[in-house]
Design a protein around this ligand. Structure first.
Ligand code: ADP
Length: 437
């Protein structure tokens, strides 16, 4: 098995018989024997290092308690075996144990850290130093092998690396979260600024609209006073209060009065509309018998219809009531009837009727007039829109009548719509909530 016997090695004794302290006394007279025993004592007391000898080919010659402690073999079990039993298969495959001996022999010493096997097959992380042992003539007699179990230290190192890695990952995560939070905060701030700007613009627009309505209301009011004075003085003149007038002067005064009335109507429309827009108008919600409203409005325009040569028919209906503001319903009907007369040629016809359906009532104003072109029908409810109006051919009115009427109808919970065919006529429909009987 081995070329050297343990006794060939200077200072070494084989086996695990243990140290006998009495031997020091017994052999105290022989200095070299005492030194050898001290040596043995030293080796055998060491429990933290496996210290053992190999012969020249790597077979185990000696064994100490440290070796038994962390390799698991007793001296009986291991002495005589090749030290490659401590190496894992991957090291055997590359012939590492034999190579280590070669290096130790050549260089006197070999040091390594790596996995080694215990008797039970488990691994431990070892620091290994192999030292070549030479006889007095310098010839190789074997090797001393000192192995230290660094499993704990390595586990500690790995834990430290793992801790450092975890800390780094946590730190990265924290930094990313902070960056994300900063981004979100910036985004939030931008949104807040934008919302504030929008709010500011909205307030400005509302303020501008309020100022426009105030201006229109004030202007209409201021214009009405002198217009009324013009009307009054024209009337006094026409009555001859300031002396007799010629027929020519009378006719001129009538024109002044007509134009004064017209202008007053325009100004009233503008005033009405600006008040509606400013939300200054309040609405009553009373039962309004439709028959009566229709009759009242029809009566107010009867003279002008007759003068124009337009026939007006009021149809019998269910006699229901709307839940609305009576004077405002009449104002709407008056607007619709004036338009119907205005846009219907002599010989035409206007029909008024009312209906009830569910919780709604409807008033329909039909005419056989000029109708509204399909491409303009959506615009007639917009303020100041007049179909076919041009600078060279100004129409009567302001273009506010339908805008006001629809605004009133909607404010009362209803609506105003139109169906029309150019050249045939139009039907305007006022819808309102129905009053319960
Ligand atoms: P105004 O009558 O003062 O011009 P409105 O708002 O009442 O203003 O009407 C807007 C426009 O709608 C009118 O100028 C006219 O072109 C059109 N329109 C309204 N009613 C009729 C109708 N019954 N038939 C034909 N066109 C109409």
């Amino acid at each position: 098995m081995s070329e050297n016997t343990p006794s060939d090695l200077p200072g070494w004794t084989p086996g695990d018989e243990g140290f006998d302290p009495d031997s020091l006394d017994r052999q105290g007279s022989d200095g070299s024997t005492m030194l050898a025993d001290l040596h043995r004592l030293l080796i055998e007391s060491v429990r933290d290092y496996a210290i053992f000898a190999l012969d020249k080919t790597g077979h185990i010659l000696t064994w100490n308690p440290g070796a038994q402690r962390f390799k698991g073999y007793t001296a009986d079990e291991i002495i005589g075996q090749h030290f490659s039993v401590f190496y894992p298969p991957e090291d055997i495959a590359t012939r590492k144990p034999w190579w280590e001996l070669e290096v130790a022999e050549e260089e006197g010493r070999f040091e390594d850290e790596g996995w080694r096997l215990r008797k039970d097959g488990t691994r431990f992380w070892a620091n290994v130093v192999i030292t070549a042992l030479r006889g007095e003539g310098g010839e190789l007699v074997g090797f001393a092998k000192v192995t230290r179990d660094l499993t704990e230290r390595r586990a500690g190192e790995l834990r430290a690396v793992e801790d450092a890695r975890r800390l780094a990952a946590e730190e990265t995560g924290r930094v990313m979260a902070e960056e994300r939070a900063t981004e979100l905060a910036e985004l939030n701030e931008r949104l807040r600024v934008q919302a504030e700007e929008l709010d500011q613009r909205k307030r400005e627009a509302e303020e501008a609209n309020r100022m426009k309505s105030e201006f229109l209301a004030a202007m209409s009011h201021e214009l009405r006073t002198p217009l009324n004075a013009i009307g009054g003085y024209a009337e006094l003149l026409a009555m001859g209060v300031h002396g007799p007038i010629t027929p020519g002067q009378k006719s001129a005064l009538e024109r002044v009065q007509r134009n004064q009335q017209h202008l007053l109507g325009l100004i009233n429309d503008i005033l009405n509309f600006s008040r509606l827009e400013a939300g200054e108008v309040t609405y009553a919600r009373d039962p309004v018998p439709l028959r009566e409203s229709i009759a009242a409005a029809a009566q107010m325009v009867a003279v002008s219809a007759e003068r124009k040569g337009v026939e007006m028919e009021v149809r019998e209906g269910p006699g229901v009531a709307a839940l609305a503001d009576g004077p405002k319903v009449e104002q709407i009907l008056l607007n619709l009837l004036s338009n119907a007369i205005k846009f219907t040629e002599s010989g035409g016809r206007i029909t008024l009727e009312h209906q009830a359906e569910g919780d709604r009532v409807r008033i329909l104003v039909r005419d056989t007039g000029i109708g509204i072109p399909a491409d303009q029908i959506d615009q007639v409810f917009e303020p100041f829109v007049q179909v076919g109006r041009s600078l060279t051919h100004p129409a009567e009115g302001t273009g506010l009548g339908l805008a006001i009427s629809r605004e009133l109808a909607r404010a009362m919970g209803g609506d105003l719509t139109v169906r029309s065919e150019e050249g045939t006529g139009s039907v305007f429909t006022v819808t309102l909530p129905r009053a319960t009987d």
